[in-house]
Design a protein around this ligand. Structure first.
Ligand code: ATP
Ligand code: MG
Length: 446
């Protein structure tokens, strides 16, 4: 993509309405525009990152054996009356009446609808286990939408649902989700710590939230600092292996880590004092096991091996896809702008032409562009007739992890400059080598 043709409405000034750095930077980098309170349009740059995040979620869900599907955003109130949640959900639910006077709603979550699909089509234990998920817009009429995409009213969520014959099987599904989420967040360059949490209106017994530590996080968290040493890394996982998933679950959840809702001072006091931490965190996901809470009232039963009907055991699992953009920026920025982790960057590298219109520089930039593109990478080429300072400022603001700078002086010596956004260090090298280096870096990214 050539920057001269791209829609990138960057702001020079800090927008007054943004209280936290991620919101400020997303507005300044022209990623989003507020449409109304807590509701945003996704401009090309923001939309690109959103898609990258979605793709990682899809890939990791497929790896865990879960099936993608899509349910509507508008649902009938009837199912929610059946489950008893229509009244219980309260003011966060956006209620709509259609022209026939029927009560409808904009879905805040989809346990009822998926259970309705299940009960219509699944009747035998032989069809279990089953896990399906979607990435779909949700609406919750939050009392205080704020912090940009972090607490929106309309937001994009991955929501998944598992159906199992027994509690034991459903707990394996729970562990499987925990394991797959660990890898999902790491691919986005994030450390998201599973913490014991409270189930809220979804209900249920077992639940963990995934938290990214950040000063601006809305949750207060308490943990043993040893949990921050754990990394998932490049493990070979067999998602059908009950023992392996349970062992990873153990590894990541045995040490003390809780949100304020479930915090227990007495238990926390057992953590060695030098490892006790109180901090703030951003919730980027949550997994639940809630047994037969929805399957019983909605009559989602299967015929067991003895021929008798049994209600299925269920769980649900959510990832805050749009919130993740904010969380990643909170965790990865400096005073010049965003620093995208390679896994989610909107463009793989920036090409800055210091002397647009100089025949040699133009040819060299185009050659770099073509080589990177031929390798399946997406460069953003700043081909505008602007000064170097302004071009660097834009690249730093939008946070591409790698920048190749091309100027007549370097070209005389046969070199361009490769700069890391994260470390700020630059190295001169032949253009072909810069291309190879970038290709190598991305080849190492799952
Ligand atoms: P919160 O406690 O932050 O209100 P929640 O626990 O109600 O969130 P879940 O039902 O667990 O949310 O939804 C799954 C994920 O969706 C959350 O972990 C979070 O990352 C994301 N999410 C929830 N509410 C919002 C929102 N208003 N804006 C953006 N993302 C959200
Ligand atoms: Mg939650």
């Amino acid at each position: 993509m050539r920057l001269s043709r791209y829609f990138l409405p960057v702001l020079k000034e800090n927008p007054a309405e943004a209280q936290i750095v991620s919101h400020r930077l997303m507005l300044r980098a022209g990623m989003i525009k507020q449409a109304s309170a807590g509701i945003y349009s996704w401009l090309p740059l923001g939309f690109k990152v959103l898609r990258r995040i979605e793709n990682i979620v899809h890939e990791e869900q497929a790896r865990a054996g879960h099936m993608a599907m899509l349910m509507p955003t508008i649902q009938s109130a009837d199912l929610w009356r059946e489950s008893g949640r229509y009244d219980a959900y309260g003011d966060e639910m956006l209620r709509i009446t259609d022209r026939g006077g029927r009560d409808m709603l904009f879905t805040p979550t989809a346990e009822e609808l998926i259970t309705d699909i299940f009960r219509a089509h699944v009747s035998s234990y032989k069809d279990l286990p089953l896990t399906m998920y979607q990435i779909q817009w949700k609406f919750r009429d939050e009392i205080r939408p704020r912090f940009g995409v972090m607490r929106g009213r309309e937001f994009l969520m991955k929501d998944g649902y598992n159906f199992d014959l027994s509690k034991e099987d459903a707990l394996h599904a729970y562990n499987r989700h925990l394991v797959s989420y660990l890898r999902t967040y790491e691919r986005m360059g994030l450390q998201a710590i599973p913490m014991r949490a409270d189930s809220g209106p979804i209900g249920g017994d077992d639940t963990h939230e995934f938290l990214v530590l950040a000063e601006t996080g809305e949750s207060e968290v308490f943990y043993d600092s040893a949990v921050t040493d754990l990394t998932f890394g490049d493990r070979d996982i067999d998602f059908d292996d009950v023992a392996q998933c349970a062992a990873i679950m153990e590894e990541f959840t045995t040490r003390y880590a809780r949100t304020d809702e479930t915090h227990d001072e007495a238990l926390f006091a057992e953590v060695p004092e030098e490892r006790r931490r109180t901090a703030r965190g951003i919730e980027v996901g949550q997994i639940f096991y809630f047994g037969t809470k929805y399957s019983e009232p909605l009559g989602a039963t299967v015929q067991g091996s003895d021929g008798k009907p049994v209600p299925v055991h269920m769980g649900s699992h959510g990832i805050g896809v749009s919130r993740l953009l904010g969380a990643i920026i909170e965790a990865s920025h400096d005073d010049k702008g965003i620093i995208w982790p390679e896994g989610v960057t909107p463009f793989h590298a920036g090409i800055v032409n210091l002397r647009q219109g100089d025949a040699e520089a133009d040819v060299a930039c185009q050659a770099l562009y073509d080589s990177l593109t031929a390798l399946g990478l997406e460069p953003l080429y700043d081909d505008r007739k602007e000064g170097a300072g302004s071009k660097f400022a834009t690249m730093d603001l939008i946070g591409l992890p790698w920048r190749i700078t091309v100027g007549p002086r370097g070209l005389k010596n046969g070199v361009v400059e490769l700069t890391s956004r994260r470390s700020g260090t630059s190295e001169e090298m032949a253009p072909e080598e810069a291309v190879q280096r970038i290709a190598q870096i991305y080849a190492g990214i799952a």
